[in-house]
Structures are given as structure tokens and as C-alpha cells.
Design a binder for this molecule. Sequence first.
Ligand SMILES: C[S@@+](CC[C@H](N)C(=O)[O-])C[C@H]1O[C@@H](n2cnc3c(N)ncnc32)[C@H](O)[C@@H]1O
Length: 255
Amino acid sequence: MTSSDLWDEDTAERYDDSSAAMFAPEVLDPAVEFLARLAGGGPALEFAIGTGRVAIPLAARGIPVTGIELSQPMVDQLRRKVPAEALPVAVGDMATTTVPGQFSLVYVVWNSIGNLRTQDEQVQCFRNAAQHLSPGGRFVVELWVPGIRRFPPGQSAVPFTVTDRHVGLDTYDMVTQQGTSHHYHRLEDGSVRYSYSNFRYIWPAECDLMARLAGLTLEQRVADWDGTPFTSDSESHVSVWRKPPDANDEASARP
Ligand SMILES: C[S@@+](CC[C@H](N)C(=O)[O-])C[C@H]1O[C@@H](n2cnc3c(N)ncnc32)[C@H](O)[C@@H]1O
């Protein structure tokens, strides 16, 4: 049982087009480069692999990649691009699903860990990552910093994009750390399509604590895939936690 919204067929079919900006070489190439360097040629596991935006170019660099993904329709879209022999994917929840093997790199990108909407599941996700890592292996999370500093008192929504085609707003509940991204897309015929996605927001410090509970240690935190230093004004982070090279402790051992 997961708290995540299930991405449906319609969303999956539109995903690559509606996320075209995230497929642009200037966005994708630094991410693939960063992950390839950390994988060091070893096998990699992507949680919430989606349609393979990152995994497919990473695999094309000769790194064996496996995925875990909750939505069968998203996997169906990935399968239109690459066969299972080249990129195996287990359909399931990234907090609990296991796949065979040990990995030098486990990663979850584009804020996807926030799709797990309880603290327990997010803690479990870090544990699941640690359990799939070989000793010395790394867990990488790309995540935005909650935009709460933008809220003047009394305001409940913060815009993250405003164009003539797409207006996006985030609303937050600061008591429960729940949020919703609201999207209003203007279509060719002039009508407006509304969609939303729910998330639980986490600060970097809470991520670090979850990593510690899983037996991982922070190795690096930068603001983006280009390695921009992380500062108090950063709106995102790419964090790397490492499993001890001699890992043998209870927190990171497979159950
Ligand atoms: C923003 S997309 C990212 C997909 C891909 N990693 C990318 O960067 O394009 C988020 C993905 O997370 C998946 N997802 C949401 N909750 C999940 C869960 N509990 N376990 C595994 N995947 C999940 C969704 O189905 C969706 O494919």
C-alpha cells in the first residue's frame, strides 16, 4: 500500500511532450554526466524511473540500469523506447520493492521522493536504497528546497511558473508537510486543462536524518547537476549519501 498518486495512462502518454524542457540536453546531460561519474561503470538502480528520461541515456553510456516504477502506464511508455533486456524495470513502490543484485548507485531524481507522502514511507525509501547498495555505494536524490520562504503572511499559494500556456502554483500545509502542485495548461482550442500532483515536502536536514537512519553518510550536497555550490538561497539540491565501504551494520543489511 502506498500513499503515492498513481500516474494514469493519459498522464503517461503526455509525459515526454509535457516534460520536453526536462529532456533538453542542457538539463539532461549534466545529470547523466553526474550520475555516470558516481556509478563508476557499476550497475545503477533508478527509483521512480518513469519513461526513462534519465535511465535511457545513462544506459547508453554502458552503465547497466535497472528501474523501479509504480505506474505501469509509465513503464509501458518506457518500453516503447527500450526493451526489458536492455533496461529491466520492476513495477512497484520504491519504498518497499526490491530487485535482485547490488548497485554502486541508487538514485531518485526530479523531486520524485516527494511522491511518497508520509515520513514513514520516505524513511523506508532511504532504507530500501541502502539495502540495494553495495558497500561504498551511493544514493543520490535530486529535490527542490520547499519554497516556503516565498510566502508572505496570509498567502497560501506560490507560483512556480507563469506563462501564457502554463500556470503552475504550489499550495502547502505547513502543519502536515503536505503540498499540491496545481497546473493550468491552455490547450490549442483555447480551453484550459487542470491537473495536480500531491507531495510531502522535506528539508535537506530531514533527508540527512533519514539517510542516517538507513546507515548512510552525507558525502556531497550541491545545488544542481552542474555542481553549483549549495547555499541558503538554493532552490534545489542534489545530495549524495554513501554507504560505508565496510558496511556491515544492521541499518543497511538486507532483512
Ligand atoms: C516526475 S516523474 C519522474 C520520472 C523520471 N524519473 C524522470 O525524471 O523523468 C515521477 C515518477 O514517480 C513515479 N512514482 C510516484 N510514486 C512512486 C512510488 N511510490 N514508487 C515508485 N515510483 C513512483 C511516478 O509514477 C512517476 O513516474
